[in-house]
Write a protein that binds this ligand. Structure first.
Ligand code: ADP
Ligand code: ZN
Ligand code: ZN
Length: 801
């Protein structure tokens, strides 16, 4: 007997274990761990992952596996183990871990069908349903619903005439293109030529010349023929049509400038030597490549990758989604050409699937991608690079709540290869490890070619107001902008907001209009005069009067990119402006198009949100303006200062990266805050020391570990009560060294119509923690299913809301 252990596609605690299935005779020796299969599960048919094959099972009546979805395993042994590691460290369901490793196209889509239980029961069908089932044994659930026959169907199911079944469908097929090819040996085709009409003769000669399959469309275009001669030739058996699988190539119509590696600077050479030594020695190490913006980190990555490829190995480069800009892709494609696969959220489901298959089939040796690219199914990894390692987007905020850095280090240990973490503003966790010697610190202290760091001026906006300037532009920033226009240089303006204006406030009574479901302020959108919630998508029309006091002085507070643009147009009528935010970049390719227009100097000012903070590199940008540096400083998050420092440093780094020197103007209402002052002085180490002192004093990472437990329920008292119980339970289970805070209402107290309470655990050494957290999940799962309480446990939280 051969039995497969299968993790089924039902993400719940009760089903979070392997189930045994019989491997039918015909698939013995074919089914291997890491393959996807479909299995019966209750009334359903589900997709599942085979995680093991064995000879016995404790279960008497085993159901057989129904279908095998893969020819070769899609998860190798290493990735299967990685799944176990993820379930253990992030407390996720195994199915969630495995699905996170594969492109969305490979996740199952289920179609619900109603099927006749037995042909002899056809007569027993309610009359209404008979026409639908004429000549058929199954009908899609949705067709029954559309026909308004759902009740009749339900009764038929209860009577055992019909049964509900679930079919597994794969989402993205492989893309094929019709090709035409000779169906006979060349000699025979040549002999046939003479007897053919002119058009058919053309087609056949063309194919004889090509000696390979040709896309039908290409052949028709080249010869200017219709499909008639093709059909005729197929009829004569001289040619044949076939579907040839092709990749959807998102970069098909692009040519990339080939780039040669420049001679490295001394600091770069030293850093590269350390990394390549580790590659050659086949030993795992984690390096922190700490280098100011423009110090040549990317060049070091690329030359290290060359060494990896020379060794016949593969490399993964992770970059934050937001900096996976065309410029970045271009640099890697330019250097490594067809050896690179690119994975980012801008690709369609099908395109991502194709890029993944190139990796799986070992047709590429390098992948550049966002967070989930860390799961690229390479089997001979020589290096993993994480650029901008401090970026919080490396943490996934849904199950599995993994951090790409942890996964990278796990994989690199196994492959005995280095991990390179790069940043100009390393996360405190990483820098602390480098200081302790857990990671090896490599430094690039200077910008390439003696380019200095830009001069940064802090402007106190309170002063501006006191001296009568009510505009969102300080006099300093305006003067600098005018100067750039005169000199024909470019400027980047950064605003950490989106929409026309952020929130709608009554000047009469101070009332702020909030989402009725989420307790956060609604954002005004000028298109259609609407207010929208950015958490749940709720929207309503703009109100003319304050709902609280009736005043008409309800106005927009805060500033959005559109509003900045409008004011800018008034102040600098000659300036050509490109605005980049969610509204102008929603369309596919819009992002790329706007940037290339700015690069072509079709505009003087690039105005945008976070999305312009990173990765961009334009030679004529000599001014960067930050309109409101404080927007992030007051979030309820212990990393607010760190994030502000990082953001200001990144944004400033956009200025003066080439021959022309750069200047930065930071506008703020809190000019004395250390994160702003130290960012202006480019003093990362001083910031690190200052922030570490505070983290230590308040018991935050990297001195302490944190776990955040959030409890949500439609009724606030139920959520609060469950949270109380959990907190009390944890206080009993954990040592005195661990601190359990709360429960308190979450900063976002209501989300999707559920009230949210949270507890935070701070601890240093707590061997019991995983067991205690698992117990919480298992213990309160019963409550959860009965009372509708949802519990999420985040063992390394980045979103504190
Ligand atoms: P970072 O990734 O640290 O921001 P980059 O690798 O983008 O820095 O380098 C900044 C600029 O300097 C880029 O235009 C890059 O092509 C160039 N550059 C990097 N290293 C060298 C070098 N050794 N010689 C000349 N130019 C270099
Ligand atoms: Zn009011
Ligand atoms: Zn909402």
């Amino acid at each position: 007997m051969k039995v497969a252990s299968v993790i089924v596609d039902v993400p719940t605690r009760q089903t979070d274990r392997p189930f045994d299935y019989l491997i039918p005779e015909r698939w013995r020796g074919i089914i291997q761990p890491g393959m996807r299969v479909t299995v019966p599960f209750g009334a359903r048919r589900l997709q599942g992952f085979v995680i093991g094959v064995k000879d016995h099972s404790e279960i008497k009546q085993l159901k057989p596996i129904e279908h095998v979805l893969d020819v070769v395993p899609v998860l190798n042994e290493e990735l299967l183990d990685l799944g176990r590691y993820l379930t253990e460290t992030t407390l996720c369901f195994a199915i969630s871990a495995y699905q996170a490793m594969l492109p969305a196209a490979m996740r199952a889509k289920y179609e619900k069908l109603l099927r006749l239980t037995d042909e002899r029961k056809r007569e027993a069908l309610p009359d209404d349903l008979k026409p639908l089932f004429a000549n058929r044994v199954e009908v899609a659930w949705k067709d029954v619903e559309t026909a308004g026959l759902w009740r009749a169907a339900q009764r038929a199911v209860q009577q055992g005439v019909l049964e509900a079944v679930y079919e597994v469908k794969e989402k993205a097929g492989k893309k094929t293109v019709k090709h035409v090819v000779l169906a006979v040996p060349a000699e025979q085709a040549k002999d046939a030529l003479a007897a053919l009409p002119a058009r058919q003769k053309d087609v056949l000669s063309f194919l004889l010349e090509k000696e390979e399959a040709v896309p039908v469309a290409k052949l028709q275009a080249a010869l200017g023929v219709s499909s008639a001669p093709l059909k005729a030739l197929v009829g004569k058996g001289l040619i044949a049509m076939s579907d040839v699988e092709v990749y959807r190539d998102p970069y098909e119509h692009r040519t990339f400038q080939p780039s040669e590696p420049p001679t490295l600077t001394q600091a770069q050479t030293k850093a590269l030597a350390a990394i390549t030594a580790s590659v050659r020695a086949r030993e795992h190490r984690t390096f922190l490549l700490y280098g100011v913006t423009g110090s040549g980190k990317t060049e070091v990555y690329m030359q290290a990758i060359e060494e990896v490829l020379r060794q016949g190995k593969e490399a993964i480069v992770l970059v934050p989604e937001i900096s996976l800009t065309p410029q970045m892709v271009e640099r890697f494609k330019g250097r490594f050409g067809p050896k690179v696969a690119v994975l980012h959220s801008g690709l369609s489901v099908g395109e991502k699937y194709d890029e993944w298959r190139k990796i799986h089939r070992k047709e590429v040796q390098l992948v550049v991608g966002a967070r989930s690219a860390v799961f690229a199914p390479f089997e001979n990894l020589g290096m993993i690079i994480i650029d901008e390692e401090h970026e919080t987007s490396y943490k996934q905020e849904e199950m599995p709540r993994y951090h790409a850095r942890d996964v990278a280090i796990y994989r690199a240990r196994r492959h005995r290869c280095p991990v390179v973490l790069g940043s100009a503003t390393p996360s405190l966790e990483t820098f602390a490890r480098a200081v302790k010697g857990v990671y090896e610190l490599l430094e690039l202290p200077e910008r390439i070619a003696d380019r200095g760091m830009p001069d940064v001026h802090i402007v106190d906006m309170r002063e501006e107001l006191r001296s009568g300037n009510r505009s969102m532009f300080s006099r300093r920033l305006l003067d600098e902008l005018r100067l750039r226009l005169e000199r024909g240089e470019q400027a980047v303006l950064f605003l950490n907001r989106r929409g026309y204006s952020t929130f709608v406030m009554c000047r009469g009574c101070g009332y702020v209009i909030c989402c009725p479901h989420c307790d956060i302020s609604l954002t005004y959108h000028r298109a259609g005069e609407r207010m929208k919630c950015h958490y749940c998508g709720y929207e309503e029309p703009l109100v003319p009067r304050c709902p609280s006091c009736g005043s008409e002085h309800i106005r927009f507070f805060g500033t959005g990119t559109q509003k900045v643009e409008e004011e800018l147009v008034k102040l600098l009528p000659k300036a050509r402006i490109i605005r980049m935010d969610v509204d102008t970049t929603g369309r596919k390719g819009a992002h790329e198009e706007l940037l290339s227009r700015f690069a072509a100097k079709e505009a003087d000012i690039l105005l945008g949100t976070q999305m312009i903070a990173k990765g961009l590199d334009f030679p004529d940008v000599t001014l960067v303006g930050v309109l409101a540096a404080d927007t992030m400083l007051h979030l309820p998050d212990f990393r607010a200062a760190e994030k502000t420092f990082q953001l200001l440093t990144q944004v400033s780094g956009r200025a003066g990266r080439h021959e022309l020197p750069g200047e930065v103007v930071i506008q703020t209402y809190t000019p004395d805050h250390y994160s702003i002052e130290l960012a202006a002085r480019h003093d990362y180490r001083a910031f690190y020391r200052r922030e570490m002192t505070l983290r230590k004093a308040h018991g935050y990472p990297p001195y302490y570990y944190l776990t955040l437990i959030t409890v949500a329920h439609e009724e606030a008292p139920a959520a609060a009560k469950a949270a109380e119980k959990i907190a009390a339970y944890l206080r009993k289970q954990l040592s005195n060294e661990a601190v359990v805070l709360g429960p308190v209402a979450s900063p976002i107290a209501r989300l999707h119509d559920r009230y949210r309470y949270q507890c935070m655990i701070k601890y240093k050494r707590e061997p019991n923690i995983t067991a205690a957290l698992k117990a919480v999940i298992v213990r309160y799962q019963a409550d959860a299913t009965h009372g509708g309480v949802a519990i999420t446990v985040d063992t390394n939280p980045y979103m504190m809301m």
